[in-house]
Ligand binder design. Structure first.
Ligand code: ZN
Length: 143
């Protein structure tokens, strides 16, 4: 999962545990890292959702969670990452596959949304909408 870094070296995408205030641990967060220049940057597209989750966790007093269980894009990213052919691939190949899988996931969730709407289940519809909103992703938004 390598791609050129601004410093001229190579940065790579991995899934890391992010720790806040020495107590809240969020696992499986996608992060860009470069050994050469010390870059350590949370994947841009999920930054806002990560911040929201942090606020939510503080409110709930929870200390350890998996980010892919809260974030639909990260869930797709982690799923692809665990497949060995993509683990060894360059970042472009990986991210292209991620964006394809996002489209598939969107179609799947839209089907489920149609069903929830038929059932007039407002809470379920809202929940699906929020999952759908996390899935719009193109490789150009990766860095
Ligand atoms: Zn660098």
């Amino acid at each position: 999962m390598d791609t050129p870094c601004n410093c001229g070296q190579i940065k790579s995408l991995g899934f890391r545990t992010v720790i806040y205030g020495n107590q809240i641990k969020i696992k499986h967060v996608p992060v860009w890292e470069c050994e050469q220049c010390g870059l350590y940057e949370v994947f841009p597209k999920i930054k806002q959702d990560l911040r929201k989750l942090l606020v939510q966790l503080k409110d709930e007093g929870r200390v350890s969670v998996y980010f892919d269980e809260y974030n639909e894009l990260t869930d797709v990213m982690y799923e692809v990452y665990q497949e060995s052919i993509y683990k060894e691939a360059d970042a472009d190949t990986y991210l292209l596959e991620v964006s394809e899988r996002c489209k598939e996931r969107i179609n799947l969730l839209l089907d489920v949304y149609g069903y929830a709407k038929q059932q007039k289940d407002k809470q379920w519809m809202d929940q699906l909408m929020s999952r759908l909103s996390q899935l719009t992703f193109t490789p150009a938004e990766a860095t």
